[in-house]
Each structure stands twice: as structure tokens, then as C-alpha cells.
Design a protein around this ligand. Structure first.
Ligand SMILES: [Zn+2]
Length: 77
């Protein structure tokens, strides 16, 4: 399949014809706003992945000492 002849539905990630207004599989409009949309980075509601990773690291930095303290407390008994 030549990827240049098809577009990918941004809702179900299946190949569809580029000139259709509605996805034949999931019946969503091909407006590029689905979870698979490449233009979703422009959306202000989408959190960049780096912030998600940074947030997870921050949470881990707070949780890890507590976990180690709990493990140390459990193993010291
Ligand atoms: Zn679809």
C-alpha cells in the first residue's frame, strides 16, 4: 500500500481515502482532532510528553523516599 494515497484516520488509526469527510470505520469526521492526530501538538489542551515524563519523575522523587522508608521500617521489625 502506498501511504501517499491514503490518510490515516485520527480516531481509529485506519487507512482511509484522503477525500472522505467521514471515516467509514468509526464514523468520525476526518478533522484531524482524534487521539492519533499528528496536529494534536498544536492543541493547548494536549500536554506535551516531556511534561508528563517530568511530572512522573517529580512524583517518583517524592514517592521513592517514602517507599524506601516504608520498606526499611517493614524490614527492620
Ligand atoms: Zn476512523
Amino acid at each position: 500500500m502506498d501511504p501517499g494515497e491514503y490518510e490515516t484516520c485520527t480516531y481509529c488509526n485506519r487507512s482511509i481515502f484522503p477525500d472522505v469527510a467521514e471515516c467509514p470505520y468509526c464514523r468520525h469526521y476526518t478533522d484531524g482532532k482524534g487521539p492519533f492526530g499528528l496536529g494534536a501538538e498544536d492543541s493547548p489542551r494536549r500536554i506535551p510528553r516531556i511534561f508528563v515524563i517530568a511530572g512522573l519523575l517529580v512524583v517518583l522523587a517524592f514517592v521513592l523516599p517514602v517507599l524506601l522508608a516504608v520498606v526499611g521500617w517493614l524490614t527492620s521489625r
